[in-house]
Design a protein around this ligand. Sequence first.
Ligand code: GLA
Length: 410
Amino acid sequence: MFALVLLFLNAVTLTLGLDNGLALTPPMGWLDWERFRCNIDCVNDPENCIGELLFKQTADRMASDGWLDAGYEYLIVDDCWEAESRDSDGRLYADPTRFPGGMKALADYVHSQGLKFGVHQDFGHETCSHYPGSEFYLQTDAQTFADWGVDFVKMDGCNSDLGDMDYGYPAFGMFLNKTGRPMIYSCEWPFYQSVKHFKIPDYAAVRRTCNTWRTNKDIQDSWDSLLQTIQFQDQDQGNFSQYAGPGGWNDPDMLILGNFGLSPDMERTQMAMWGILAAPLLMSTDLQNIRNSSKALLQNRRLIAINQDKMGVQGKKIMTVGPVDVWTRPLLPTGSVGIVFFHSDVLTHGFHYPRITTVQAQALGLTASQGYNLVDPFDGSSKGTVKPSDSIKVRVNPTGVIMYVATPAS
Ligand code: GLA
């Protein structure tokens, strides 16, 4: 029987795959988890707890403070929204005290602001924060989400059996497809396999199944965590970078900038690297109180355009010069290159100072004889034209980046 089910699921993935037409560029939006966690104390902290108010106020901000215009369209409710058990029909529902209107009404509100609505669920028997999981309820939950008008499902993997993931994640994808409602399917499947169980995930299968997939462990609000996350992308175990492209993206986790743990240079680093990595741009910050400098970075149209490049090729580290790593990503129009010089500061043993780095243009892939116009996407300033044999010289702050976009000169 089990073999038959597997056979059926294999046939389904082979014939259907993931064909929801979504995420042709990395999804952009907002997710509460890193900033707001599982704060369910709505009595003492009504504005910041996981409850209706936080999500409605955030939706208002996204619509009115330029976020939606910049492309941030998904508002996603992470863990801790659920009641402690299912209803008498076995369906999920939101905690009635914190979400008095329920999830359908919240989805309607979010849609009324021109945004799209997402929810978190878990593939196992409980979420990581111990709310009901989807084990044995995959089809019911897919239908419930469709009935509510959900546009994005983040499927976590706590409290589940590793052996179930390779057929269970595709099964849930099939149930989502069968509802007929297009929903972005965001999977944590490879992260649980690679980081928690030291198994190289089958990224080809992941790519066939999911629109985005978490590669690494949870990002936290600190430089250490951001650096480790970038290093994980660099190690690229299982060559996951090659699977990114329109419809499916590696997810290094949320944008933490705008919170408490990063300096201005570190914030620039995250925004530049998430662009080079073609990563989903899912902010997790307090939009009621965000600093102007962080807001300007997150809404920088030139940086967003790099991330959203329609060719959808993920960038790679191509060389290291002293403490400075150089990453490049091919961009449109054809022949253009996004370049990041990243002073990761790991080799300096406490001697933090800005480093001058000089690299010949052709070593960065700028080989066309007519040369390239260089622009700094942070401030839009032109850095002139370089020929392949010219040197590019930059001064990179510790933990910071210099970023250029090179476009073929006509
Ligand atoms: C896991 C996920 C996080 C978040 C939490 C919620 O740790 O990786 O992104 O969803 O669960 O409990």
